[in-house]
Write a protein that binds this ligand. Structure first.
Ligand code: ADP
Ligand code: MG
Length: 345
């Protein structure tokens, strides 16, 4: 299309983050209210007393979800919660969402009602209003685009770039479950397609299935941090895997890090099912993604305040940038962190 073949750069060479960085380099902010543009979990707009926090995420059929195993109600729920997760990652409170919908005529009214029932359930649960959107047709299936809007006082907003050397690296909940859940769903789908008489065997996997199909954002962590009057020095939500997200915190904060494998929070079900698939649960935690937990750094002196009151694990600490980004494995070997996560293109 309208381009010189000799001057063509493949998106696969750039990757998702390379593309975003490239686009961001050509964009500058002109309004004084635009406090934070591209580069964090959400944009920040100064509204006087409060900051407005805005984020958007798109879910595409066949890329982000598979309707053969993702019930529409769960999908609606997830489309909202993954966006709320980015608002919480700024230490802010979500208030509204708008929903863009592209549909093919494969879908019935009843199907879309299911999708909306799930969205409404998530909105009710997290105290958010669905205030608008857009509806259009699609040739390729379902595309869902959700934008979430939230708010927070100026001094409570937490960016990716505030971590300092010696800060403790903390993560809420547990990791790797969503990825192992997806492996299970894909295996059962394949078996079903080969022999539709065989019923899917999803027994003993409720937790990891729920992690994949119906993730919950960590509002409770943000509420508790507020209550305890602790503001993390940096924070990000885990959509792409611990390694990739921690590398964002380090790069933007200008630090290095050491992670300890034996401190990783991994649910026994994640661990057992990962083994069944011949997967290493640590790798699932590092590179699996879609856990929607919060990864944050705190000052050492805040640790005692949080220790008794919060569902989190301390998995490492920040170092100087020159020390690099490492994982210390269970045999005490130091391995350089790589974000081998998901490639968008
Ligand atoms: P997250 O995983 O938290 O949703 P992303 O990796 O999707 O974050 O995006 C990183 C940053 O890049 C965010 O600030 C986001 O708003 C911005 N961004 C992503 N895609 C685009 C785009 N096409 N144009 C402008 N900004 C974008
Ligand atoms: Mg995010």
């Amino acid at each position: 299309m309208f381009e010189n073949k000799e001057n063509r750069t493949e998106l696969t060479d750039l990757g998702e983050f390379g593309l975003i960085d490239h686009l961001a380099a050509a964009i500058s902010l002109t309004n004084k209210e635009s406090v934070k543009g591209i580069g964090d979990d959400a944009a920040i707009i100064d509204n006087g007393d409060n900051m407005t926090v805005v984020t958007t995420d798109m879910l595409v059929e066949g890329v982000h979800f598979d309707l053969t195993f993702h019930p529409l109600k769960h999908l609606g729920y997830k489309a909202i919660t993954v966006n709320l997760s980015d608002i919480y990652a700024m230490n802010a409170e979500p208030k509204q969402v708008v929903v863009g919908l592209a549909l093919s005529n494969r879908f019935s009214l009843e199907a879309i009602e299911e999708l909306y029932a799930g969205m409404k359930m998530a909105c009710d649960r997290y105290g958010v209003d669905l205030v608008g959107g857009d509806t259009t047709s699609s040739n390729l299936g379902l595309i869902l685009s959700v934008t979430a809007i939230g708010k927070a006082p100026k001094d409570k907003i937490v960016y990716r770039n505030g971590a300092k050397e010696t800060n403790l690296i903390c993560v809420s909940g547990d990791l790797g479950g969503a990825y192992v859940g997806l492996q299970l769903l894909e295996r059962e789908k394949k078996i079903f397609l080969e022999n539709p008489k065989i019923q899917p065997d999803l027994s003993g996997a409720d937790y990891i299935l729920e992690r994949q199909l119906k993730p919950e954002p960590r509002k409770d962590i943000v509420d508790k941090l507020r209550e305890l009057n602790v503001v993390p020095t940096s924070m990000i939500d885990i959509s792409d895997g611990l390694a990739s997200e921690l590398m964002h915190l380090c790069k933007q904060s200008g630090t290095g890090c050491v992670l300890y494998e034996d401190k990783f929070p991994i649910d026994p079900q994640t661990y057992d099912k990962a083994r069944e698939f011949g997967l290493d649960a640590t790798i699932c935690a590092l590179s699996g993604g879609e856990d929607y937990e919060l990864l944050f750094t705190i000052k050492v002196e805040d640790y005692e305040k949080l220790r008794m009151n919060l569902d989190f694990s301390t998995i490492g600490h920040m170092t100087s940038a020159s020390e690099g980004m490492y994982l210390q494995d269970k045999s005490e070997n130091r391995v350089t962190l790589v974000a081998q996560g998901w490639r968008a293109f």
